[in-house]
Design a protein around this ligand. Sequence first.
Ligand code: TYD
Length: 135
Amino acid sequence: MRNYKLLNFKVNGNEMGKLVAIEGLNQIPFEIKRIFYIYGVKGDAVRGRHSNRNSEFVMINVKGSADVRLHDGSKEHVVNLSKPNEGLYIPKLMWKDMYNFSDDCVMLVLSSEVYDENEYIRDFDEFLKEVSKNE
Ligand code: TYD
């Protein structure tokens, strides 16, 4: 499996509650150009089903739980995200499926690139072809 990584963020907590701070190029390995968040996902829905040619991501479930299946072209690995202080770093050219969303799940995603539909690979066979060209 290529180099995905689980990141643990420091929790600043006291009797008033908790706070996690994330800075580009500091807690995460890229400059943040885009954030988006996914919520209100039905329990049986599978999101993602794509790979990105250029974007790197960090996914954080700031609330709730979901599973992320990563495929690097030869192996797959499933990561459960359920802690607001845990991030999943995903390099480019990884196939991603997100599923088993809890009703309350809010998945925050940080990305190294702005949105460009042309860098999305939405066909798994095409993804396998492009990975094998790159390695
Ligand atoms: P999509 O990539 O299919 O979501 P997921 O990976 O969670 O299944 O995106 C859903 C819609 O949102 C699609 O119409 C494209 C749009 N979108 C943007 O406009 N900007 C973005 O940064 C993203 C990630 C999606």
